[in-house]
Design a protein around this ligand. Structure first.
Ligand code: NI
Length: 142
């Protein structure tokens, strides 16, 4: 476990009040844990913007399975990028719709391209790509 370092933060009273309301709603028991999560989230968001950075992704989408050729297109695309695809889960949502969750690994720029192509297919109704990575500790003077 890495050592915790204390630091103080100054902010406007109104802003702090809003922050306390927000973190209470989210279920945080103290400000420190909330601030740590916000910092981590910002660092991950920035890191995954590096096009060549190696990241993990989860692409979730819902599609109309009656659309002609769509399942074939989805399958062909996933075979084209088999090296970046860890797994695909399929859920039969209702009589007309399916949901898939595709877990991805590789360069951020490639994962984004896969998501853009797939989500643009006719019949894919909604979808989202989430990128993440494990933040490595960074120490100065050690
Ligand atoms: Ni299905």
């Amino acid at each position: 476990m890495e050592q915790l370092v204390r630091f103080s933060v100054s902010m406007e009273e109104g802003l702090l009040h809003q922050f306390d309301h927000l973190i209470e709603q989210k279920g945080y028991t103290n400000r420190s844990e909330a601030v740590r999560d916000i910092v981590r989230d910002t660092l991950v968001e920035e890191s995954v913007k590096t096009p060549g950075g190696i990241v993990y992704g989860a692409l979730v989408f819902v599609y109309d399975h009656h659309k002609r050729e769509l399942e074939k297109s989805l399958s062909n695309l996933q075979h084209d990028y088999y090296e970046n695809i860890i797994s695909t889960s399929h859920v039969h949502v209702d009589h007309d719709h399916c949901m898939e969750v595709v877990l991805l690994h590789g360069k951020a720029v490639i994962l984004k391209a896969i998501a853009e192509k797939l989500l643009s297919f006719k019949g894919v109704k909604h979808g989202k790509l989430t990128l993440t990575m494990a933040l490595k500790g960074h120490h100065h003077g050690k």
